[in-house]
Design a protein around this ligand. Structure first.
Ligand SMILES: Nc1ncnc2c1ncn2[C@@H]1O[C@H](COP(=O)(O)OP(=O)(O)OP(=O)(O)O)[C@@H](O)[C@H]1O
Ligand SMILES: [Mg+2]
Length: 500
């Protein structure tokens, strides 16, 4: 390729027990938006970390604009004009948005941090992404999606020649994604080379012109034009076989009374008059744009935010849920948080310990102790069912790929076998094969009698899984209906409710 700007030749990288990359090639041209695809654990982030100076390759070479480069740290990569949004969040949460965005290059006046200049520079990038926030807001107050947008704004503000985005849209809704794509297309027109990782293939086809697929650390294809490849071709390159399509049947029988019911609930976070009910055996899907208050509602239910009006009923009885521990132990409510790194996982502990964490109290109460073998036995079926790629059950979760970490945090709550399960964005960052596994598992849990409240911004997922759908906007429920799983009808109704 004559206009190749970034060229990776025969790059290899091993970690203990894993050959993460094995002689990988990649070539990205100026002005090109290039997709980097592959299943969870295929090596995408490892390749990106080599390009951005986080890791050094064991073998092989990276050339930038014709010259070989070897970055000893991320700062050197930034200095060479490479901007990145990493899969894991890197914001300093007690700093403001402006402080985070200008972190690499803080504006100074008389030797002091110039807050006004930082706010001005920041406002420009936020506006570009359609993010209406005060640059002085501390990051800790932002939702997961807003943090993701701030990370993107931060990378954009470096005005790099090569922009690397590792699953930048994982927490975004289609609306925000569209704003991002408009910005990326404009950058590409200005000659910026872009490498884009996503598990959402629709996005890839919409945005990218070229594609590289990794499979088990090797090229399944290298730098091919996307035109001419179908979704089926890409899936085969990624997983080596056809995509499994599953169809959900409606529930055979439902519990008589709702397992979880909200009657006219108001919260300190601003929810008003929320009424919802989920029965054992069914999945209630909760849709809404970012900022609609869905995750916040879930947090209020499990006692992490104050309920100021109305009532919550569990198995028909009025419940005052004080905190997450009480939610699990007294009321049998499992909760998969959207913020999995923050709340769902203990990164320094093993895969087995993390999965068994939610059942510790039950096993330990029964026997007074918990052995490593019991933990492993509890974890093994889920590691298999969700295809969690790990050298062993003893591996630290921190060393798993992003998608495999997600699977661990979801597995933990599936293992807990709660009667009520609240899951917030369960398949974010999970590859298409594991997503199908997870969908089946959730559906099986529901059909076995669990009441599932599913929060998902992935509309196809929501419509495929939910028996009923409630739509939220501005901290209120604005519509709810039985879902016949007719995609066109359900998506039209949701959009009508939201944009009305
Ligand atoms: N620091 C590390 N220590 C040990 N193993 C690691 C480390 N980082 C990555 N790995 C392993 O390298 C392999 C590739 O991981 P990588 O994060 O590159 O995958 P990925 O393609 O980005 O997956 P995902 O879609 O889940 O983000 C995985 O088997 C992972 O467990
Ligand atoms: Mg990754």
């Amino acid at each position: 390729m004559s206009d190749a700007f970034v060229v990776v030749s025969e790059a290899s990288k091993a970690f203990v027990g894993v050959q993460a990359l094995d002689r990988v090639n990649l070539s990205v041209g100026r002005g090109q938006i290039h997709a980097l695809l592959g299943e969870n654990g295929a090596g995408k982030s490892t390749l990106i970390k080599i390009l951005t100076g986080v890791h050094q390759p064991d073998a092989g070479e990276v050339r930038l604009d014709g010259r070989p480069v070897r970055f000893r740290n991320p700062r050197e990569a930034i200095g060479a004009g490479i901007g990145a949004v990493h899969q894991e969040r890197n914001l300093i949460t007690r700093f403001s948005i402006a402080e985070n965005i200008t972190l690499e290059n803080p504006p100074r006046r008389f030797g002091m941090f110039d807050a006004a200049a930082a706010a001005n520079a920041t406002a420009k990038w936020l506006k570009l992404l359609g993010l209406e926030l005060n640059p002085g807001t501390p990051v800790v107050r932002l939702s997961v999606a807003q943090m993701q947008l701030v990370e993107i704004a931060k990378a954009l503000s470096l005005e790099s020649r090569f922009l690397v985005l590792d699953e930048p849209t994982s927490s975004l809704t289609p609306h925000e994604t569209r704003a991002l794509f408009t910005v990326l297309r404009r950058l590409a027109q200005d000659g910026v080379a872009i490498l884009f990782v996503s598990h959402k293939l629709e996005e890839v086809f919409e945005l990218c012109s070229h594609v590289t697929v990794l499979r088990d650390g090797r090229n399944a294809c290298a730098s091919q034009p996307l035109a001419g490849l179908t979704r089926g071709d890409i899936v085969r390159l990624m997983i080596g076989r056809e995509e499994a399509v599953f169809a959900a049947a409606p529930p055979a029988s439902l519990g008589a009374a709702p397992a979880l019911e909200l009657r006219g609930v108001a919260t300190a976070l601003g929810h008003r008059d929320i009424s919802l009910a989920v029965r054992g055996g069914e999945i209630l899907g909760l849709y809404g744009l970012v900022g609609a208050g869905r995750s916040e509602l879930a947090r209020a239910v499990i006692g992490a935010a104050r309920i100021t009006g109305g009532e919550v009923l569990v198995q028909g009885r009025r419940a005052r849920i004080r905190d997450v521990t009480a939610a699990v132990r007294r009321f049998g409510i499992g909760y998969v948080s959207e913020d999995r790194k923050g709340e769902g996982l203990i990164l320094q502990l093993s895969v087995a310990t993390n999965i068994a964490a939610a059942i510790w109290h039950r096993l330990a109460r029964l026997l007074g102790f918990l052995t490593r073998r019991m933990q492993d036995a509890a974890a093994t079926p889920f590691v298999r069912a969700l295809d969690i790629r790990t050298p062993s059950l003893a591996q630290r979760v921190a060393n798993l790929s992003g998608g495999n970490q997600q699977k661990v945090s979801v597995a933990k709550w599936l293992a807990a076998k709660s009667r009520i399960l609240i899951v917030d964005e369960p398949t974010v960052g999970i590859d298409i094969r594991s997503k199908a596994f997870l969908h089946e598992l959730l559906l099986r849990l529901a059909r076995d009698g669990t009441a599932v409240l599913l929060i998902s911004s992935d509309m196809p997922e929501l419509i495929a899984l939910a028996d009923r759908i409630a739509v939220m906007k501005e901290f209120q429920v604005i519509d709810s209906f039985d879902n016949t799983r007719d995609y066109a009808a359900a998506s039209a109704r949701i959009m009508q409710a939201i944009h009305g």
